[in-house]
Design a protein around this ligand. Structure first.
Ligand SMILES: *[C@@H]1O[C@H](CO)[C@@H](O)[C@H](O)[C@H]1NC(C)=O
Length: 162
């Protein structure tokens, strides 16, 4: 009886502390600006781990703890990687990251016109996510490259020469 008791005590002590481990985290998500998004991060361990969140790009911003993080009316600046961290003091925290993409419609930020003796150069800068596609028009007529017109697009900028 006595020896069995001695064997059981270390066993129960070993089982009473289990390192925090994230068992599942939501997939990367895309949301329209102004929309709501819920992120999930489930953790196991003994004692019960605390799940906390941080935006990797904005480490100073505070988010409430919990397995579900609700972000309402998301702004484009809140796009990026989010990290959930589960800790219960038994070992180093367990962490996982996911990416939140915030889409918003394109807007033209700047339109520039430069004329020299021989050419006219137009430059258009636009913001949008995903990166906008550009189409050039003169009046209602779509401009295409060729016949003295050149068009070049690089990321959020597009140029046309005539
Ligand atoms: C976001 O959540 C708020 C509050 O729950 C709700 O009033 C609003 O309609 C939601 N917005 C969208 C785009 O679902």
């Amino acid at each position: 009886m006595f020896s069995a008791w001695c064997l059981l005590v270390p066993l129960s002590c070993a089982l009473s502390a289990v390192p925090a481990m994230i068992s599942s985290v939501s997939s990367d998500v895309s949301v329209m600006e102004g929309g709501n998004v819920s992120l999930f991060c489930t953790a196991r361990g003994k004692p019960e781990p605390t799940v906390s969140w941080r935006a990797v790009n904005h480490p100073a911003k505070k988010y409430p703890s919990g397995e579900q993080l609700d972000i309402r009316g998301i702004a484009r600046e809140q796009a990026g990687e989010y990290e959930c961290s589960a800790q219960n003091g038994v070992s180093a925290p367990s962490t996982k990251t996911l990416r939140v993409t915030v889409n918003y419609p394109p807007t033209i930020r700047e339109m520039k016109f430069t004329r020299s003796a021989l050419t006219a150069l137009l430059r258009c800068d636009a913001l949008g996510a995903p990166t906008p596609a550009f189409e050039w028009y003169r009046g209602s007529k779509r401009l295409t490259a060729g016949h003295g017109t050149r068009i070049q697009t690089l990321g959020s900028h597009s140029w046309s020469w005539h």
